[in-house]
Design a protein around this ligand. Structure first.
Ligand code: ZN
Length: 242
């Protein structure tokens, strides 16, 4: 645990940590695989994220602590190797009881990052499915938080980047070459949607990276290793990913 998390840990109630541990053990297979030492850090980071984020939901839909912890865990998972442990811009998460649509478009969403309202929207049934089916490369919470990570990184000054710029540039170089193949469905490890643009490919890559790390590595070792470098972790080492 770094100095900041050791300090945060002092202010967390034992009962909150225990409750968080129970929820994470039940829902998050990445957490479940971690060593005891990493589990402690993961719990602290989850509660820190929970306490610094505004969770909101539609009237009449009860957003439980369990749901909030599950959603928070997706962010902690993707940033577990990084210094960044909270969201600075997109720290409002709006959870809906079903998929939803915007008045201007006739498309249903399971999640999106709204850069105008600075809000992350997530449909709970989609989040739930993402965690229940752990190995299909689909996890909407990981997907949307991946977008947040990149957008927040872009808005930071050169010296306070949360992601190493050289690593990210290396990732972009590889990703740019793969983009047309993915779009045409010729790069089977990713779904075609990932080929939409680099932003969508990054989010899709993270879903695959965490849900199918061994398959991803076998299929594209260099791309996998570059992704691991960006996130400073390797989920193939379940106990000690970083
Ligand atoms: Zn997306």
């Amino acid at each position: 645990m770094n100095a900041k998390h050791t300090f945060v840990n002092l202010f967390l109630k034992r009962s909150s940590k225990q409750e968080c541990h129970i929820v994470l053990s039940r829902w998050n297979t990445y957490y479940e695989a971690l060593s005891e030492k990493h589990k402690k850090t993961f719990v602290v980071r989850t509660l820190l994220f929970l306490n610094t984020t505004d969770f909101d939901s539609k009237e009449g839909f009860e957003l439980t602590l369990e749901m909030k912890l599950v959603i928070s865990s997706a962010f902690v998972q993707i940033t577990f190797g990084l210094k960044q442990d909270v969201l600075r811009i997109f720290n409002t998460i709006f959870v809906t009881p079903t998929s939803y649509k915007y008045a201007s478009r006739d498309v249903f969403f399971n999640g999106d990052v709204n850069t105008v309202t600075k809000r992350v929207n997530l449909s709970w049934p989609a989040v739930e499915k993402g965690f229940i089916i752990t190995n299909d490369g689909l996890n909407i919470a990981i997907h949307e938080f991946a977008h947040c990570l990149i957008i927040e990184n872009t808005k930071r000054s050169r010296l306070s980047k949360n992601i190493n710029q050289n690593d990210l540039n290396q990732w972009k170089d590889i990703a740019t070459k793969k983009l047309p193949l993915i779009r045409e469905g010729k790069y089977k490890i990713f779904r075609n949607y990932g080929g939409t643009n680099l932003m969508e490919l990054f989010a899709t890559t993270l879903e695959t990276f965490f849900e199918q790390p061994h398959e991803f590595y076998s299929y594209a070792p260099t791309f996998y290793r570059t992704t691991a470098k960006v996130l400073k972790q390797d989920p193939r080492n379940g106990k000690n990913p970083k």
